[in-house]
Design a protein around this ligand. Sequence first.
Ligand SMILES: Nc1ncnc2c1ncn2[C@@H]1O[C@H](COP(=O)(O)OP(=O)(O)O)[C@@H](O)[C@H]1O
Ligand SMILES: [Mg+2]
Length: 253
Amino acid sequence: MTALVLSDVSRNFGGVRALSNVSFAVEAGERRLIIGPNGAGKTTLFNVVAGAVAASAGKVAMFGCDITSLSAHRRARMGLSRTFQITNLFPRLTVQENVLLALQATEAGAFSLMRRMRCNRELFDRADALLQEWNLSAIAGREAKEISYGEKRQVDLMLAMALEPKVLLLDEPTAGLSAAEVVHVVGMIRSLPKEMTVLMIEHDIDVAFDLADRIAVLHQGLLIAEGDPASIRADPRVAEIYLGEDEADTEPC
Ligand SMILES: Nc1ncnc2c1ncn2[C@@H]1O[C@H](COP(=O)(O)OP(=O)(O)O)[C@@H](O)[C@H]1O
Ligand SMILES: [Mg+2]
């Protein structure tokens, strides 16, 4: 089944054409990496898929349903989740309290005191299990404003994954992390349920090639290449962007 279909999606910001007739399809369960230089339109593409930014033209469909004009909230309720911005963590609450709040938002209303108490217990257990699974138990009691940038990124990522979305959008989840944190985060992404569709922007080419089933390459708002990692690696247009024209044009002696 196809999870996402983008058909001729364009987005202009004033005179800037951030996306230009971008079309591609992502199969359910696929790990799809989006790469391209700064300003290529990658984040705009995510915003259009998530509903944070409207497409100037074109269509977006999720599991066969046209979602082009649906709000971000409706898309989230259909199973789309994206990494929270760091600022979405409540700075004065502890990491554990932030996790509890995010988990609680996914629970149906509690109708009785008993049910509420039981749910609370379940929520605490789930929050603890998540923090343990992520190796973040040590910072559970610290206020979000006190933890490191890398830890914030991991909490952010953990919360997006904990919602158990059908489609997960990750915008540069390894940016600014230490080498050890990158290994940890890549491991967590790898261990996501196989049926979860993951669309991920990644600036680290090695990480991107490592995780991807398929890769889409954006450059100046255009989709310039799409395919499996081997074909993208061999694509001269991709080499040109990443190596610079001079190097790519140089014939081996
Ligand atoms: N909200 C916005 N207002 C004006 N221009 C924007 C906005 N968002 C993105 N752009 C422009 O669109 C282009 C693509 O940006 P972006 O999608 O953030 O690229 P990437 O994520 O690949 O670095 C850039 O030229 C950027 O300046
Ligand atoms: Mg970006």
